[in-house]
Write a protein that binds this ligand. Structure first.
Ligand SMILES: Cc1cc2nc3c(=O)[nH]c(=O)nc-3n(C[C@H](O)[C@H](O)[C@H](O)COP(=O)(O)OP(=O)(O)OC[C@H]3O[C@@H](n4cnc5c(N)ncnc54)[C@H](O)[C@@H]3O)c2cc1C
Length: 297
């Protein structure tokens, strides 16, 4: 499936409500609208990227534990050598520890998540309520989000400032002033709710250049989850690939091209994501978000 076929233009739709159920903003994407911020399901994106690689490039199930010089060690006891080690191992990157002692710290926010399968068939009323794209409900102390995926699935989450070890039930048990349809949405979820505390790396994190080792994606710049982390990870990968192609016989020169530009670009994006995170924080998130979208003065 090509990227444009898998991308969902209508995923750009946005509905913003308050917790009493009042619609504050509804933006429906016309059929001929430009795909400025289309959505794509993660599984489709993953398949698309994997299919572009020669067979056998990925060695599944190899859990990296540590490196000894230029030898990588994996949990199953196997080893491998490398010319360039690129840590794309996410928020809790082990490769990062080769470059810096900085670890992510708790953002103070938990995202409690579940999903509804085959929503159009099984819960038509809720599916129509959520619509084709993003559905955000701002309450006094938490935000409920629902997002349509491509296969009739609806991702459902609640984010709230609270302790990292909060019981998910305490978050999904909405306070009395929330309108009943939001409780119905939560009750329709097919999986037990899971609480995911969110962590951040300091904005502008850098490390001393080390020959043959670098990072990309969340391993390098874990930022608030407001729609940029995967985009930046892919941009990192594309720019690193271009740098290697420009310096095929000098990987240090490739890192010299890649790292400073990556630091600058992702620090700017992380700053913007932090502003969005602040904007979407209760208790007056709805007003701030509406102002951002130009829907109120
Ligand atoms: C609720 C939420 C919503 C989000 N929404 C968006 C969005 O709309 N748009 C967007 O752009 N971003 C979004 N993000 C952010 C996005 O998910 C991440 O930024 C992105 O997944 C980072 O990609 P990555 O490849 O760096 O890390 P990951 O996706 O975390 O991938 C890391 C990979 O490394 C593997 N790994 C880890 N440790 C090891 C090891 N020791 N050995 C071998 N393999 C290992 C893991 O299994 C995993 O496959 C969201 C995040 C959250 C939490």
């Amino acid at each position: 499936m090509a990227a444009r076929v898998a991308a969902r233009r209508e995923g750009q739709d946005l509905r913003i409500l308050d917790h009493t159920g009042t619609m504050l903003l509804q933006e429906d994407t016309p059929d001929d609208a430009p795909m400025l911020r289309p959505e794509i399901d993660r599984a489709d994106l993953r398949d698309l990227l994997l299919r572009s690689l020669p067979e056998g490039t990925v060695r599944w199930g190899s859990v990296f534990t540590h490196a000894n010089g230029r030898t990588l060690h994996f949990a199953d006891g196997s080893t491998a050598t490398y010319d360039l080690l690129v840590g794309a191992d996410g928020a809790n990157s082990r490769v990062r520890r080769l470059l810096t002692g900085t670890e992510p710290s708790y953002e103070g926010k938990v995202i409690v998540h579940s999903l509804i399968r085959a929503a159009d068939r099984r819960h038509p009323e809720l599916a129509a309520m959520v619509g084709r794209g993003n559905y955000w409900v701002f309450g006094p102390d938490r935000m409920l989000g629902a997002q349509r995926n491509g296969n009739g699935m609806i991702q459902v989450s609640i984010s709230i400032r609270t302790a990292a070890d909060v019981d998910p039930a305490a978050v999904t048990d909405l306070p009395g002033e929330w309108a009943p349809q939001f409780r119905r949405l939560l009750a329709a979820c097919d999986e037990p709710f899971v609480a995911r505390p969110t962590y951040l790396l300091p904005i502008g994190l850098r490390w001393p250049r080390r020959s043959g080792v670098t990072l990309l994606g969340d391993a390098a710049h874990l930022m608030p989850s407001h729609g940029e982390g995967a985009n930046q990870a892919m941009r990192d990968a594309a720019e690193l690939a271009a740098a290697i192609a420009a310096h095929p016989d000098d990987l240090d020169a490739a890192l010299e091209q890649y790292e400073p530009a990556m630091y600058e670009r992702t620090a700017a994006v992380a700053r913007r994501s932090a502003q969005v995170a602040e904007m979407m924080s209760p208790p007056d998130a709805a007003q701030k978000v509406l102002r951002f979208f130009g829907a109120v003065e």
